[in-house]
Design a protein around this ligand. Sequence first.
Ligand SMILES: C[S@@+](CC[C@H](N)C(=O)[O-])C[C@H]1O[C@@H](n2cnc3c(N)ncnc32)[C@H](O)[C@@H]1O
Length: 249
Amino acid sequence: MASITVSTDSAMQEITTKELADKLTLPYSALNPDQIQLVITRRHIEIRAPDLGSPIFIDFEQGKNAHRRQFGGGRGQPLAKAIGLKKGATPTVIDATAGFGRDAFVLANLGCKITLIERNPIIAVLLDDALQRATDNPEIQQVITRMSLINQDAITYLSQLKQNRPDVIYMDPMYPSREKSALVKKDMRLLHELAGPDTDSEQLLTTARKVALKRVVVKRPKSASFVGKQKPTTSIESKNTRYDIYLAK
Ligand SMILES: C[S@@+](CC[C@H](N)C(=O)[O-])C[C@H]1O[C@@H](n2cnc3c(N)ncnc32)[C@H](O)[C@@H]1O
């Protein structure tokens, strides 16, 4: 994981910031534009990094998430079809690789109860902060109540799951070559820098297939190989993305 310090731009937040640094066992530091920093501001928690341009924080209320909520295509969009959303069928979902929570937010918005699992503690802090802020927004309050976050490794979580098995397990592991492409968006590059490549996606898929009641869905770049060479039952393709679907036996 990239080296990172915790800071604040507000004197009022100093104690909270030091507590967060302790919780994450990361150093507390003054603002420093040469470092990657998790910064508590008065409005939200964000990541600042050299070469990043504007800071990155997760926002379910405005920007891309809000746009996708309004214009993303509803239950007809490939992600919704892949997880099996139909009229009268709204599966429960575990998103085993929550990341910035974008896909999970789409599914919650379409009515799914979804558990977001994220193992990286910094990304989990950003997600938690975004969920808490959105709870106060009457427009999406209902959607947010369908989302719950767990900061744990999904392989461990799924292996220990005794009850409440989900209908669907969704996974979107970090693809190694994502960082190399000039087309890769800066938030995805940052995610890659913070979390590193996901080298255990094959094990995650194997575990998920034992747990999901109806299906496992794996999001891949369109031309990528199958995770662990495990051939899916079927796939759904969109412009740059492929959803590999493994139906439960
Ligand atoms: C490509 S991102 C997911 C992006 C996400 N689908 C979105 O819409 O924002 C992959 C994320 O999965 C997390 N991850 C990968 N393997 C995991 C595992 N076994 N358990 C929990 N989190 C995992 C990584 O830390 C990273 O944040």
